[in-house]
Ligand binder design. Structure first.
Ligand code: NBP
Length: 475
């Protein structure tokens, strides 16, 4: 009997997705560049379902029912191209190649073209939820043709987690749409984590609370507006004791964050598209600064550390930090969704923002009850120009606004950096201005570069000699 789906690339993600499919009753063909991984999977988990092992790509492809569905789970980048080329030698028109790795959406657009020129379908699918999600039910964001989706939907919607009876897997749009949505998901995840880190830093550094105490504060936030997976695991991480007996484990961890690139890609795309996603970008830069420990040590020695002494944190201060976190989080999501809106127009993807919020509710790292509000918001205001202008969120931000300002003031006065809190607030304040200060920028640009300006009272572009004596620099 032939297999329903094949998985090639059996490191943690591929192996767990293959087991997930088998546990859901699909017959799964297995392949990996080096055979040990295939053999190990068969030896350790072969009894979980129906698998067909293979040692060559030819054998692997031959073990699949037509039209064939192959899920590639190899390292993002060149390996994906290598595997696609190998598969194309053996697969046939109408077959479907799905890349489930964290590929750059531009690579996906290129690969989709190459594969569809050969008469096959290519689906670029973002998979979120880490290794546990891959096994138990991830959130999956496929991009490709409707025809390919109709063929693979019965498999992938069954593998994905469901929330309120809706699978966290749906067609996002053509070509790179799925990987783009996954990229922005990761960007939002960066911002979300940075905001949590800033709340922690204030409580730890300015208010002198212990990791365990902060863990309890976060545990208390699990039940309110902030209810989310990331808040839940923050409480757990802060509560964890060092197995070597040195107190809270988090206090023993080096403060240098690593990154694999999806946050940076999100920021790069936003810069290309001209979308102001300040929270995500600050989160990427905060990781970059954290990665310069020598420079930070030298700067602290020369310039001094925190300003002023620690403060007492009563319930009022803790509540304010929670409110600032929530308001900043709304801004970060508003920015991420705006980026999706702009990209959707740019690449003709016709993204459904409510559907995106729906499939992010389970399986993925940013899952939160908050996404239900976003989903409802897009259902009732599909054309709102910003999430911040949807009733639920505008009311929430207005309610949190004073606390948000107070928290940023305390951070600034104590010299403790809160780039994501502060830049979210700056974005919010910039957004709330019918008339901002860019009139002056235009004047300057016209002065030195004759870039022209437009007037508030007349149509057309204008240029003027700005200096009265004619000595201005000419471009
Ligand atoms: P890795 O990203 O570590 O990739 C290892 C796999 O790639 C192995 O199967 C390896 O084969 C294969 N491979 C490489 Br490397 N070069 C190859 C080549 N030239 N030809 C064929 N196969 C090659 O695995 P992972 O952590 O399971 O992640 C897989 C994908 O899923 C990545 O794109 C990742 O970014 C994405 N992702 C990961 C997570 C996560 O939590 N880890 C979450 C969501 C998405 P070998 O065994 O022969 O060396």
């Amino acid at each position: 009997e032939l297999a329903d789906i094949g998985v090639t690339g059996l490191a943690v993600m591929g192996a767990n997705l293959a087991r997930n499919a088998a546990r859901k009753g699909f017959r799964v063909a297995l392949n990996n560049r080096s055979n040990e991984k295939t053999e190990t999977l068969l030896a350790e988990h072969g009894q979980e379902g129906s698998f067909i092992g293979s040692s060559t790509i030819a054998e692997f492809v031959a073990s699949l029912a037509k039209p064939r569905v192959v899920l590639i789970m190899v390292k993002a980048g060149k390996p994906v191209d290598i595997v696609i080329d190998e598969l194309l030698e053996h697969m046939e028109p109408e077959d479907i190649i799905v890349d489930g790795g964290n590929s750059l959406f531009e690579d996906t657009r290129r690969r989709e073209k190459t594969v569809s020129d050969r008469g096959l379908h290519f689906v670029g699918m973002g998979v979120s939820g880490g290794e546990e999600g891959a096994l138990e039910g991830p959130s999956m964001m496929p991009g490709g043709t409707r025809q390919a989706w109709d063929r693979i939907a019965p498999i992938f919607t069954k593998m994905a987690v469901s929330v309120d009876g809706l699978p966290c897997c749906a067609l996002m749009g053509p070509d790179g749409a799925g990987h783009y949505v996954k990229m922005v998901h990761n960007g939002i995840e960066y911002a979300d984590m940075q905001l949590i880190t800033e709340a922690y830093d204030l409580l730890r550094t300015v208010y002198g609370r212990s990791a365990a105490e902060i863990g309890e504060i976060f545990a208390g936030w699990k039940t309110g507006d902030l209810d989310s997976y990331l808040i839940e695991i923050t409480a757990a991480v802060l509560a964890k004791q060092d197995p070597q007996g040195k107190g809270a484990l988090v206090d023993m961890i080096r403060d240098e964050a690593e990154q694999k690139g999806t946050g940076r890609w999100t920021a790069q795309s936003a810069l290309e598209l001209g979308v102001p996603i300040t929270a995500i970008t600050e989160a990427v830069f905060a990781r970059a600064l954290s990665g310069r420990p020598e420079q930070r040590r030298a700067a602290e020695a020369t310039l001094g550390g925190m300003r002023g002494g620690t403060l007492e944190a009563g319930q009022a201060e803790i509540d304010k930090i929670r409110d600032a976190l929530y308001a900043s989080k709304i801004v970060a999501y508003a920015q991420g969704f705006e980026q999706l809106t702009v990209a959707s127009k740019q690449y003709n993807w016709d993204l459904d923002l409510g559907l995106i919020a729906t499939i992010w509710r389970g399986g993925c790292i940013i899952r939160a009850s908050f996404l239900d509000r976003i989903r409802e918001g897009y259902a009732s205001h599909p054309d709102a120009q910003s999430l911040l202008l949807q009733e639920y969120f505008s009311a929430a931000v207005l309610k949190a606004e004073q606390a948000w300002r107070d928290v940023v003031v305390v951070a600034v006065q104590h010299g403790v950096a809160v780039p994501a809190f502060a830049s979210s607030l700056a974005y919010y304040d910039g957004l709330r201005r019918t008339r901002g200060p860019a009139n002056l920028l235009q004047g300057l640009r016209d002065y030195f570069g004759a870039h022209t300006y437009r007037r508030t009272d007349q149509e057309g572009s204008f240029h003027i000699r700005w200096s009265q004596d004619g000595t201005e620099v000419k471009s």
